[in-house]
Design a protein around this ligand. Sequence first.
Ligand SMILES: Nc1nc2c(ncn2[C@@H]2O[C@H](COP(=O)(O)OP(=O)(O)O)[C@@H](O)[C@H]2O)c(=O)[nH]1
Ligand SMILES: [Mg+2]
Length: 436
Amino acid sequence: MGESAIGVIRVSGSDAVAIVGPLLRSAIPLAEFPAHTLRRVGIVDAKSGERVDEALCAVMRAPRSYTGEDVVELSCHGSPALLRMVTQWIVAGGARLAAPGEFTRRAFLNGRLDLAQAEAVALMIGARTDRAVALAARALAGGLSERVRTLRDQIVEVIAGLEVVLDFPDERISHDLEAARAAIARLAADVERWRASARHGRIVHDGITVALVGPPNAGKSSLLNALLGRDRAIVSPVPGTTRDIVEGTIGIAGVPVRLLDTAGLDIPRDAIEAEGIRRSRRAMEESDLLLVVLDASIPPDLRALAETASHARVLVRAKSDLPIHPGALAVPDAVEVSTIRASGVEALLERLAREVELRAGAAGDEGGIVASLRQLELIDSLANALAAGEAALADRPLEAALVDLKRALEHAGAILGVDVGDAVLDRIFSTFCLGK
Ligand SMILES: Nc1nc2c(ncn2[C@@H]2O[C@H](COP(=O)(O)OP(=O)(O)O)[C@@H](O)[C@H]2O)c(=O)[nH]1
Ligand SMILES: [Mg+2]
């Protein structure tokens, strides 16, 4: 809880109106408030009758509310002390504090959202770019759920057809089996496409990490500042100026890109620098992509080139305003940048955008999916079960294929929250914020 213009207190459950009512002063009693309408109320200390705030109050009656239960929302002034006080009065009146994600959990349990949509709420809250918001909005509106439901119906249809074949083995069935196999192959191909698009979506949501590495004094910190458009890292002609990791985030192609400026790769001169170089190597391991920055005015640092050769990397010829050393020109496919002339930064950003799109797909694709890690795992299992079912139909007893298809059905159901246990729900909603 922090200081803010407005702080919302949300009370959900069948006693919500009865518990909040005594704290309010208004022209009509809370029980008679029209639903889904904001009304101005006074909030009073029920014991002393003293008025502590003016607020806006809305009642949403079951089942037409977020949780599907009676909900009262008070938009008070955003003083943490005031909000704590009013919350305590509400608790004293018979409510209890909500657990993280409890409102959304109740919405799921009361059938207002399926589990894929409930998880999309967390994805929406965590979205950091326009593109991540658009994907989360689609998931929240039921984009993924709709596809999964259609897929379930189609699997059920295939299973039903195969069970008929099992029941009447004497009929001529080879035609039916071939049709079933083609149907499963189509479904498997659909899910394979979701899998690819969900992986992209995950990257759009999480973003990627790019480390600037290279020898000391190559111009890494200057380049970080140029990419961020502000003076984040200290720049100096003294080698070894950057010791700890300095980071900043920019949006590239709608994807959050976390840039890590490092001490660089060198032979350490003292213990602090040794630690800085150790951290550089760790940052390098944790990054999705490296910007290998080399000073273009001197021969290229072969050690830095060798050490980064096995990583995904973009090579940068920095300080291109200086006379370029012939050896530096021999480094292939490098982007030339001068932070002093501010040239080449646009080209580097374009190059980075291509690298991002390689990992996150192009922006604006209609089929985009963002999924939680749980859903991603289930989509994987679903794809595998369908592939196994398709293979089994070719050369194994029908029962074997049915087992795989029923497994696929379960995985699809689990995405929507069918038959998932409390342990799974606990894990999902524990990552939500309080009050959501
Ligand atoms: N001529 C020129 N000098 C640069 C450029 N970028 C950085 N420098 C200088 O190179 C030195 C080292 O820069 P810095 O960004 O601290 O390098 P780092 O050690 O790799 O982080 C500083 O004196 C910078 O002013 C550039 O584009 N052109
Ligand atoms: Mg530096």
